[in-house]
Design a binder for this molecule. Structure first.
Ligand code: CP
Ligand code: NVA
Length: 305
């Protein structure tokens, strides 16, 4: 198992499923009142250069739930904003904490921290990937749909960090994935080509969202302008308007298709209130599962030899 969790690509299928099934066990045990204290005496730093509700609180809750402690550092709290080199930050932090959970802009930031850190670095979202979110989403899909065999996942909208991590998950875990993205907003081309070439099930990029949702078991949607792209918001509203997940689009999907959104959602933009609040939407269970997958990730990454 890799020392750091930077992208799903770096893990085997078995390792990815270990996270997911451990999270399902922890969730079930928690419901039965079984509490584990596997991380007593351990501390993680949450270093967040972008805002977060779910990822921050669910990592903190997971860490405390396992008996550990967290130190939260926003970009106002460290010398990173004043250009302290990442290699210095890594070699200081690893003397204080047992792991670093990092949300930032460039993937190069987590890559460089991991090169110099003797403790695990966990990617809590970069511009390129959101691996912990997609692991959590895979857990939700398994809970709702049973397993990943014969599963067809659709992605509708921007080829962003979430899309890139879904592509890596599809290639590693062996389910089919159709992405519908407007021209110019494709997923990372290197990730798309390397994953689609080796995948056992098709990973396809189309332009028409109707084509993507036909026959889909899972329909994934995310914001049209990600964090850091706020100034493109108005332009993107126009470009993405045909990519809204609404009742008309849902009519083209199987009646038992589930709708997923990692949240935060912008109602009446990428998804309508009607669909977000419908029976097919699993977004609240999806949000809950972040806490269980983060518990599994912390437990596995911080206790392995
Ligand atoms: N889904 C997700 O990562 O949400 P936050 O930005 O609130 O952490
Ligand atoms: N693609 C979104 C995900 C938010 C959890 C973003 O990066 O802002």
């Amino acid at each position: 198992m890799p020392k750091h969790l930077l992208a799903l690509q770096e893990f085997t299928k078995e390792e990815l499923l270990d996270f997911v099934y451990r999270a399902i066990t922890l969730k079930n045990e928690k419901a039965e009142g079984i509490i584990h204290q596997h991380l007593v005496g351990k501390t993680v730093a949450l270093i967040f250069e972008k805002p977060s509700t779910r990822t921050r609180v669910s990592f903190e809750s997971a860490m405390y739930g396992l008996g550990g402690q967290v130190i939260f550092l926003s970009n106002r709290d460290t010398q990173l904003a004043r250009s302290e080199p990442l290699k210095d930050m890594a070699r200081v932090m690893d003397r204080y904490v047992d792991g670093m959970v990092v949300r930032t802009f460039g993937q190069n930031v987590v890559d460089e921290l991991s090169q110099y850190s003797s403790v695990p670095v966990i990617n809590a979202l970069t511009d390129l990937h959101h691996p912990c979110q997609v692991l959590s989403d895979v857990m939700t899909v398994i809970e709702k749909k049973g397993d990943l065999d014969n599963l067809h996942v659709a992605w509708v909208g921007d080829g962003n960090n979430m899309a890139n991590s879904w592509i890596q998950a599809a290639a590693k875990l062996g389910f089919s994935l159709t992405l519908a993205c407007p021209e110019g907003y494709d997923p990372d081309p290197e990730i798309f080509s390397s994953c689609s070439e080796v995948a056992s099930k098709p990973i396809t990029l189309v332009r028409d969202p109707k084509e993507a949702v036909k026959g889909a078991d899972v329909i994934n949607v995310d914001v049209w302008a990600s964090m850091g792209q706020e100034e493109e918001q108005d332009e993107r509203l126009e470009i993405f308007k045909e990519y809204q997940v609404n009742a008309d689009l849902m009519k083209l999907a199987p009646a038992d298709a589930i709708v997923m959104h990692c949240l935060p959602a912008h109602r009446e933009e990428e998804i309508t209130e009607e669909v977000l609040e419908s029976e097919q939407s699993v977004v609240w269970d999806q949000a809950e599962n972040k806490m269980h997958i983060h518990a599994a990730i912390l437990e596995i990454m911080l206790t392995k030899e």
